[in-house]
Design a protein around this ligand. Structure first.
Ligand code: ARG
Length: 563
């Protein structure tokens, strides 16, 4: 925080025996803001300086350079700092307006890449709410890493390989129809898959048929490959519609199948280190040297087929070679925690120096109006439907609040999609939560539309003002703005903290807090009154709008100027 640094620097000049870090660790906000904006307690210095704390505080006040502060006073054992709020306010607003959309940026990660494994839905199945979470959390983390100076690489590790495709090929060949698939690809493929499981319950021989077709696929059988690649393509088309609506792009769609011919090196590396063991015909790696509680990692099944784990090991190595990542983040639900512990353990046993840079970013489960969903049973909530419903609800509220708005459909889409994304990101990543669309698309309360609406309100004030903000000469002497100024100043730190904790919710909560502070101010002051503070107030409105817009853009949410 800029103000804290000013206090630390001033103290350092009169306390040469302490380091800046030591001083910074002691500076705190007084419990009662009447006591000052920041305080420095002197108790712990008594021993070092061999003086009573009260004396130390009084000495500091006598010697300290008070420039930039309204006043510095000793109160018992505390040195209390009162900031020159007018000065801080003007500096803060200038800083924000000068930076614009770059506000909050830093160069911590310069020259470093961050690989993000995100979204990664399974083809021939509808994208679930879980994949939505991975998509939007991954996207927000990518944006956050960029804000912190890193270069993100967004990888969609499509689930496009595995025995289920053998089952699907069998089902399609036995009772499917091309026309039916073409008309509604994912829904139809899902239907075949569900039917396969129902039939296999009565007739377990079907499972063998499925396995046989997967074996053919793995061995490169042209018919199997052609069907698989068609299923993949049709699925991707549907996924892309969702990604487009969310405004999310990827740098790579290399999914599991991509690693088919890249797994020999995994097996070879494991053999070279004598890590492969046979267990009931399968090849496994014993992970107990790393953690006694970990079950062994399965590398090859007894029929020689490779597994999810093997493909992930190949992918991890490929990504290190290709992107030379500083960190490799896997944004995948908490139910795969053990898988990623195993993955990391195998990489560690292989002595790969970057094993520690592999990080699972788990998240909680979404229930839908209280219910869990299962693809096997076919009771899925389609993301497309969720986005459509959100759009409708947003449109309804726009019709009520602003019936003459020009591009209602587009704004409704930005608000609807924004509401769904914001809600997902607002909760601590690992919390489970229930999704209730009516709650999510409200214009009031802790919602994305509330933040968007606040920004649109700020934009409307600026339009009404009819004059450009003078960003060079800002004066604003208004104690009621202090909460907003403090929040604006906290943004750069917030961007750092959010990425350090891999927690987009830090930004969402920040945006809600800033929006609330602004609305409180808006309700109690005449922003457009013609007095000497008018330009300052407009600068404040512009700075709030800018910072809300940047926050929303980190989260992947649009900020319409009117709604
Ligand atoms: N397709 C998987 C699923 O839906 C998620 C893949 C996550 N990424 C990975 N590298 N394992 O469960």
């Amino acid at each position: 925080m800029a103000e804290k640094q000013a206090v630390v620097s001033a103290l350092k000049a009169v306390l040469p025996e302490l380091s800046e870090e030591e001083i910074a660790s002691k500076v705190e906000a007084p419990k009662d803001s009447k006591m000052g904006d920041l305080a420095f307690p002197t108790f712990t210095l008594a021993k070092v300086l061999r003086k009573a704390p009260q004396m130390i505080a009084a000495d500091i006040v006598e010697k300290i350079n008070q420039d930039g502060f309204e006043k510095v006073v000793a109160t018992g054992p505390y040195v209390n700092f009162f900031l020159d709020k007018k000065e801080v306010t003007a500096e803060t607003l200038k800083k924000v307006l000068k930076a614009g959309m770059n506000y909050g940026e830093n160069s911590d990660g310069e020259g470093k890449n961050i690989a993000l494994d995100m979204s990664s839905p399974n083809i021939a199945k509808p994208m679930s709410m879980g994949h939505l979470r991975s998509t939007v959390i991954g996207n927000a983390l990518a944006n956050l890493s960029a804000k912190n100076g890193y270069k993100p690489v967004k990888i969609n590790h499509l689930g496009d390989w595995g025995t289920q495709f053998g089952k699907l090929i069998y089902a399609y060949k036995t009772w499917g129809s091309e026309a039916e698939v073409k008309a509604d690809p994912i829904a139809t493929l899902l239907k075949y898959y569900v039917e396969f499981h129902e039939k296999a319950k009565e007739n377990p021989a079907l499972d063998d048929e499925g396995r046989a077709w997967f074996k053919k696929l793995e061995d490169g059988d042209p018919e199997a490959h052609k069907l698989w690649s068609w299923f993949r393509e049709e699925s991707l088309k549907e996924f892309t519609e969702i990604y487009d609506r969310l405004g999310i792009t990827f740098d790579s769609f290399n999914g599991e199948a991509f690693y088919n011919d890249k797994m020999d090196r995994v097996v070879k590396a494991l053999e070279d280190k004598n890590l492969l063991q046979e267990s009931q015909g399968a090849q496994i790696v014993d992970l107990s040297p790393i953690n006694e509680n970990l079950t062994p990692a399965m590398i090859k099944r007894s029929d020689g087929a490779t597994l999810y784990m093997t493909r992930d090991l190949a992918a991890a190595m490929y990504r290190k070679d290709t992107y030379d990542f500083a960190k490799s983040l896997y944004v995948v639900g908490g139910e795969q925690r053990e898988h990623f512990q195993q993955l990391k353990a195998v990489l560690t046993l292989l002595d790969l120096p970057w094993a520690d840079d592999v990080e699972h970013i788990p998240f909680g489960l979404i229930t839908f109006n209280g219910k869990k969903m299962s693809t096997r049973k076919g009771d899925v909530v389609l993301l497309k439907d969720v986005l459509d419903d959100a759009h409708e609800l947003a449109l309804k509220q726009i019709e009520e609040k602003n019936p003459t708005l020009a591009n209602k459909e587009q704004v409704a889409e930005e608000v609807g999609a924004g509401a769904v994304v914001f809600h997902d990101l607002m909760n601590d990543r690992t919390n489970n939560f229930d999704f209730n669309i009516a709650e999510v698309v409200r214009f009031e309360g802790d919602t994305g539309p509330y933040v968007q609406y606040t920004n649109a309100r700020a934009q409307s004030i600026l339009r009404k003002a009819g004059v450009a903000v003078d960003t060079e000469n800002i004066t604003l002497d208004d104690a009621a703005t202090w909460d907003i100024i403090t929040a604006l100043n906290a943004f750069p730190d917030t961007v750092r903290r959010a990425f350090a904790h891999r927690e987009p919710s830090v930004i969402a909560k920040y945006a809600l807090g800033l929006a609330r502070a602004f609305n409180k101010y808006y309700a109690n002051s005449k922003i457009l009154a013609d007095d000497e503070n008018k330009n300052g107030r407009l600068a404040l409105v512009a700075a709030v709008s800018e910072t809300l817009t940047v926050s929303l853009s980190i989260l992947g949410v649009k900020a319409p100027k009117e709604m």
